[in-house]
Design a protein around this ligand. Sequence first.
Ligand code: MV4
Length: 479
Amino acid sequence: MKKLLVANRGEIAIRVMRTAKKMGIKTVAVFSEADRNSPHVKHADQAVCIGPAPSNESYLRGDKIIEVSKELNVDAIHPGYGFLSENADFAELCEANNILFIGPRSKAIRVMGSKLAAKETVKGYNIPMVPGTDEAITDIPEAKKIAKGIGFPILIKASAGGGGKGMRIVENEAEFESQMDRAISEAKNAFGDGSVFIEKYVASPRHIEIQIMADMHGHVIHLFERECSIQRRHQKVVEEAPSVALTPELREKMGQAAINVARSCDYIGAGTVEFLLDENLNFYFLEMNTRLQVEHPVSEWIAGVDLVELQIKVARGEKLDLKQEDLKINGHALELRVYAEDPMNDFLPSVGNLEVYTLPEGENIRVDNGFEQGMDIPIYYDPMLSKLITYGKTREEAIELMIKAIDNYHIKGVETTLPFGRFVFEHEAFRSGNFDTHFVKKHFSQSLLEDQEMLEAEIAAKIALKHFLMEQKLLKVPN
Ligand code: MV4
């Protein structure tokens, strides 16, 4: 592999190029008209504009990207995350054009892209799953009987959904039919596929995912778990590795289950197997993400690997030289996603100009960043500015360093999730490890409410003071 094209932008494009450079591989950036002056363009040996700002006219144009790859004699394409990374048609197009797609084969992407196909594929591999149906629902009265058997609340999920899209909670029997009708028509509209299934609703789970890596020679390893429960509306905000909730025995079991999921679809490369973990530490397979994930750095730090390097090596056909028994967790890593969003205003995107933008630096601090001072944040893409990652021998050390790093991260011109991060890392529930996927809803909205109450209390105090002063005056008048 002499030349690698990175079909992405921002921090992940830069992160992939860093490893390519380290391995002596030349890099090609692609960019939209909005990204002409973006840092990822400067990091590459060559760069090509592939279209106007909107993603569907640039970063999603698989045909254009293949064309550029051929013109520039590109050997391989790294898709990063998002955009074309889980597009089976694009992987196929690469295969057909003899360009190495850095990821699994298109067949594995396709299977895991469908929740029902995924369930079917892992059958016989001893993977724990949430009680529910494993075929698309066609007979609603029959489905209702099954739902009653499982017990309400249940969850309707779209087979073509994922990442929280196309889900509906049904609280009781009475609303079953209407919710089912809605779920099916929503799935048809959103995904062009009305297949839905039902599952028992796990009320307060933790989101635990296992990083796996597989080569072409039948060797599959896991690189432990990431705890991703701190999220809002299915957007992760804080991730960490390892999870405080797992015992070594449970880790071993979940790791083995993840490896089996990978085996079931002849997986190659880096992948993530998502599980729910309930209060009794039962775990259930949810879905497999067939890409390098945003939060991969926390796994890299505790496992001592470069996941992009491993991706490139296995894509070239090399054997994984890591053995499961040689892998050990070393220390603790945290990640905060720094978004240009206003946490005080329902996390609305806060686009504008980065008037001040300086990164924290130091030992055990890593910032995977895609921006620089003076830049405007484009409105066309995800507003994530960077990922702030800290490491410590212990979780406490990593948390303390994270709080310092947040203080040393200076951003002016836009609102960001940095103060929200501080809120999380200082929170007793986070510190004690006693949290689940409802953390933000439960604690942050609550604290905003408290702020509101404080505000009201302040106003009430002022009014009381005013009355007091008026009374004094009134009292003074007769004197
Ligand atoms: C669930 C669930 C409860 N019970 N499935 C959301 C994302 C998608 N990957 C699956 N998701 C869930 N599936 C059952 N049977 C709760 C969620 C869920 C969730 C999962 C992980 C992280 C955050 C979440 C937030 C809300 C709901």
